[in-house]
Design a protein around this ligand. Structure first.
Ligand code: SAH
Length: 229
């Protein structure tokens, strides 16, 4: 019984990790849709065109993987809308080999996009279920970011400073630990606001000083303190 279940599980995983011509076609359409919506960084568009988003979706939403929408991923969290992922990544300006700290691994989709851009990624998740799932999936896909289970409010000082910091949940304020761990000349992209709506905020550190610019409103799940246990 257990054996049959294990085999069925394996089959389901294999099935899920198949990237067909249909998927590739839908992904290309999504890339063109994002270009029309204003995403212009070719490296970001190529990464969107490369990473199979359907691998990151819950089975009940698989057929919607290439819609420009957010979807539930379990633990009351969501996989971000592709436009939001592309917008945040473009604003971050990721260079190859840059040390990037991501707060909110979630499904791991954004993490894979950062890896595709050649970044050295350090990603933190506070929900055990998502941490375990995304670590397993990205490993299967051949990506090698550093995964941490913990509270991203505190960043990861032992591995800093980071040239780039990306927060993928709505923060009521900019965590001071993250500012401290931002390298000189570094960029942090963080949605700041209440539970309803957040302003996409870019923070640049120059000569130890912080410059802040705002880049439109978005809706994210909230950045929460502590871990789920
Ligand atoms: N980039 C992810 C977005 C997931 S939603 C994706 O596209 O799938 C935001 C994620 O941030 C959730 O998984 C949530 O559990 C996580 N999160 C919220 N507060 C956090 C914190 N303080 N530290 C680490 N992760 C956090």
């Amino acid at each position: 019984m257990v054996l049959i279940f294990a085999q069925r599980n394996r089959e389901m995983t294999n099935q899920k990790l198949s990237d067909t011509y249909r998927h590739k076609g839908l992904r290309q359409k999504l890339m063109e849709e994002l270009r029309k919506k204003g995403i212009y960084d070719e490296a970001v568009l190529t990464a969107i065109n490369t990473v199979p988003r359907h691998y990151f979706m819950e089975s009940s939403f698989l057929e919607f993987a290439y819609r420009d929408q957010a979807f539930p991923i379990g633990a009351s969290q969501t996989i971000s809308q592709p436009y939001t992922v592309a917008f945040q990544t473009e604003l971050l300006q990721v260079n190859r080999h840059a040390k990037v700290l991501e707060v909110g691994t979630g499904s791991g989709y954004q993490t894979a996009i950062l890896c595709e851009l050649g970044a050295k990624v350090f990603t933190i998740e506070r929900q055990r279920e998502l941490f375990t799932k995304s670590q397993q999936l990205l490993g299967q896909m051949g990506y090698k970011p550093h995964f941490f289970f913990g509270d991203g409010y505190k960043g990861k000082s032992a591995y800093g400073p980071f040239q780039r910091i990306l927060v993928t949940a709505g923060a009521p304020c900019i965590p001071s630990d993250l500012i401290d761990q931002l390298a000189e000349g570094g960029r942090m992209v963080i949605p700041v606001g209440d539970n309803q709506v957040q302003t996409m905020t870019l923070i640049v550190k120059n000569n130890g000083k912080i410059e802040t610019t705002e880049h439109g409103t978005f809706i994210f799940v909230p950045l929460l303190k502590g871990t789920d246990g």
